[in-house]
Design a binder for this molecule. Structure first.
Ligand code: NAD
Length: 369
């Protein structure tokens, strides 16, 4: 890659040192939100030879202390106010792993301050949040990676590539589910925001955004409209004040008449056949079980099922490694703003359809991608 482009992406402070021939320079990185996911991301950052943990932020001192201990090797500064991270000129890259309703505001501020951003999914819980973030990323020259890490799964990537090349003919329909065997732990680390729909967006937006992204990837498009029903059928007012659904049934309509049926619930007993999550992609020549093993089942009578993509060793922190490849080598983002926003908007579309109990169209969301 052209050296100017590389320096451009690195940011002036680091670039100047790299350009001056100093070796071993590591990218000063901050993690905002050091709860469950932030701690996992932190391990990923620590595993990257080109990164160093320069700062950590969380409003909860115990989580901040735990993260600081985990990153003691790099002696990071610690903050409880995330804006202090944004103000630090020496920080080049920021991970955002706070509750979902905060992602858009934090990512926009980080981009405006010239930082590269790895933003956890969903990139927003409302169309307005997503719209604002899309505008900020498009107006920035910084790297943006959404935490849709399935995009870095090698086996799934190869299976999707073959589907798009036509191995099952034209994609006609997708049937998918994300069922959980229990409600999220009410006393767990994210129990103080997850059950509030304004903060998490609910199960579809907070959790199923991964599955919906994979469905979009396989179909090669985003839905044009959605309808469906959602409700709290089991965990009524449990925990008290709960405003998220525990079950939902949706139909999405895609370009060229492709249809998708998607269900979610949190009361799927363990051990039922087919597992609690699957994505079946049906085409004119066969179908693929995309989540389990990428097996392809030909429609032609007598033809045997076969694996569409070989099982591969998946690197635990592949998405994080890819983020640094974007920063240091100008590599293509594995989950750019179009992917991250499309995934979030697909979930928001479904959530709005369930909440309003009417057909909601993509254009109703008012976000230009
Ligand atoms: N990509 C994945 O597979 C994956 C997996 C789990 C979670 N996530 C996402 O990561 C995000 C965090 O989820 P989690 O499970 O780690 O939740 P969590 O509650 O364990 O962690 C969130 C942390 O953010 C902190 N926080 C809240 N407000 C803050 C603020 N204003 N400034 C700084 N810190 C603040 C909280 O104190 C908490 O420690 C969510 O968006 C979630 O969807 C992604």
């Amino acid at each position: 890659m052209n050296v100017n482009r590389r320096n451009f992406l690195l940011g002036s402070a680091v670039a100047a040192r790299v350009a001056s021939g100093q070796t071993g320079e590591r990218i000063p990185t901050a993690v905002i939100g050091t709860g469950g996911r932030g701690s996992h991301l932190l391990q990923g950052v620590l595993a990257q030879p080109e990164a160093k943990v320069a700062a950590l932020c969380d409003i909860k001192p115990d989580r901040l202390d735990k993260a600081a201990s985990a990153a003691a090797r790099d002696n990071p500064a610690t903050f409880t106010d995330w804006r202090r991270i944004i103000d630090r000129k020496d920080i080049t890259a920021v991970y955002i792993a706070t509750p979902p309703h905060l992602h858009s505001e934090m990512a926009i501020a980080a981009l405006k301050a010239g930082k590269h951003v790895y933003c956890e999914k969903p990139v927003g819980v409302t169309a307005a949040q997503v719209r604002a973030l899309v505008a900020a990323v498009k107006g920035s020259d910084r790297v943006f990676v959404a935490g849709q890490q399935m995009r870095s799964y090698k086996q799934m990537g190869e299976a999707v590539r073959k589907i798009r090349e036509g191995v099952i003919g034209d994609v006609l329909m997708v049937k998918a589910q994300r069922h959980a065997t229990s409600d999220l732990n009410h006393e767990g680390t994210s129990g103080d925001w997850y059950f509030d729909v304004a903060k998490s967006g609910g199960y579809l937006i907070e959790q199923s955004v991964h599955n919906l992204d994979a469905c979009n990837w396989a179909i090669g498009a985003h839905p044009l409209r959605a309808c469906g029903f959602g409700a709290t059928v089991l965990y009524k007012n449990d925990p008290p004040g709960r405003t998220i659904f525990d079950c939902g049934l949706l139909t999405f309509d895609y370009p060229n008449g492709v249809k998708m049926s998607f269900t979610q619930n949190v009361f799927h007993p363990r051990g039922m056949p087919n597992g609690n999550q699957y994505i079946y992609v049906y085409g004119s020549k066969g179908a693929v079980d995309l989540l389990a093993n990428t097996m392809m089942y030909p429609s032609e009578g007598g033809a045997k099922p076969s694996p569409l993509a070989p099982k591969q060793e998946e690197q635990t922190h592949a998405h994080i490694t890819a983020f640094y490849a974007c920063v240091t080598q100008g590599a293509k983002s594995p989950a750019d703003i179009t992917i991250g926003a499309t995934a979030a908007l697909t979930a928001i579309l479904g959530h709005e359809a369930m909440s309003k109990e009417k057909i909601v169209t993509w254009s109703d969301l008012g976000v230009e991608l």
